[in-house]
Design a protein around this ligand. Structure first.
Ligand code: FES
Ligand SMILES: [Fe+2]
Length: 342
């Protein structure tokens, strides 16, 4: 399996982490996390130091958690506060492994690798998720597939034509050539559709008729995020691949956290710079996007089952797969090195 251990991964949405313990396995490591009264989030291994019952089954007492089996009480710092027999002296060497967490861009991030290397400056820069003038929301799907299959999927949007035929598929997606480039640990797949009729969604977003330039720029950010810069601008606005803030713009946000070798926590959403104050639009769009991404979930889980059922076959890469192939190469290189990774 190719996990990059020394990297930040999304543990959950800011809205998911609350006082109630959340159990989530990250890169094969069982984690329990909760939010304390001061709004900070703590995360630790989801196993009681006594007999290893998952702590996530425990009972919250203030900011601490009491194991549901024999009642050992663990503080937010992972250290025992009370023994099963309350009169027994507390032994502070009884403790749980804790993990470094950080809150940024509407997500709670976790580092399950070497904690000495956990530099917050390495958190992927998902700037549209928290920048002024932008609105961001989305959802979460557990997926029964290797996280790299999701990356392949997002780095090759030609699949929209068939997987999303009834929603966002558009013939121009197949007709416009794509360009792939690698910059260090980042991989870009760009598609520029000049002077086309916008699909209904983008015409509405722009609020006017007429031909537009439309773009889709997929960017892979190690260890496992893909953000897709999408939008349209009136042809008269003179937008270019390098500079296209003239019309309406959004970023499709996809962050894939490996759970196990064949399962993934998929966090998805959309950040946009139009109708930013319209909560109804946000909710409607989230529902639409969730329905579109469920179509991918169905395909990718079936693909994973097929990989398992056909061990003698190998994945083949055609021209359309170049973005995914290059992203996988970055992952392999970083997984093989011990260097901490953005
Ligand atoms: S297993 Fe948790 S107190 Fe015994
Ligand atoms: Fe898709």
């Amino acid at each position: 399996m190719t996990y990059i251990r020394n990297a930040w991964y999304v543990l959950g949405w800011d809205s998911e982490l609350d006082a109630k313990p959340l159990a989530r396995t990250i890169c094969g490591v069982p984690v329990v996390a909760w939010r304390k009264l001061d709004r900070s989030v703590v995360a630790m291994r989801d196993a009681c130091p006594h007999r290893m019952l998952p702590l996530s089954m425990g009972i919250k007492e203030g900011d601490s958690l009491r194991c549901r089996y024999h009642g050992l009480k663990i503080g937010g710092d992972g250290i025992a506060e009370e023994m099963p027999i309350k009169t027994d002296p507390v032994n502070r060497s009884i403790c749980v492994e804790t993990f470094v967490v950080a809150q940024r861009h509407r997500f709670v991030w976790i580092w399950v690798g070497d904690r000495a290397l956990a530099d917050q400056g390495l958190i992927p820069d998902l700037w549209p998720c928290s920048a002024a003038g932008w609105t961001f929301d989305g959802g979460y799907y557990p997926m029964q597939c290797d996280y790299r299959l999701v990356i392949d999927n997002l780095m090759d949007l030609t699949h929209e034509t068939y997987v999303h035929a009834g929603s966002i598929g558009q013939p121009e997606l197949m007709e416009t050539p794509i360009a792939t480039r690698v910059e260090g640990d980042r991989v870009f797949v760009t598609r520029w559709m000049a002077g086309i009729e916008p699909p209904p969604f983008w015409r509405n977003a722009l609020g006017q008729n007429g031909l537009v330039d439309r773009w889709q720029i997929c960017e892979f950010i190690a260890p496992s995020a893909v953000i897709i810069d999408v939008g349209v601008a009136p042809v008269t606005a003179g937008a270019t691949l390098d500079s296209h803030d003239q019309g309406v713009r959004g970023f499709v946000i996809d962050v894939m956290t490996p759970e196990t070798e064949t399962s993934t926590h998929y966090f998805w959403g959309m950040a946009r710079n139009f109708e930013v104050g319209d909560a109804g639009f946000t909710a409607r769009f989230k529902a639409q996007q969730g329905a579109v991404f469920l179509e991918d979930v169905e395909i990718l889980e079936a693909q994973q089952r097929s990989l398992h059922a056909n061990p003698g076959m190998k994945l083949r890469a055609y021209n359309i797969d170049e973005g995914g192939v290059r992203a996988r190469r970055v992952i392999e290189r970083l997984a093989a090195s011990s260097t901490p990774t953005r």
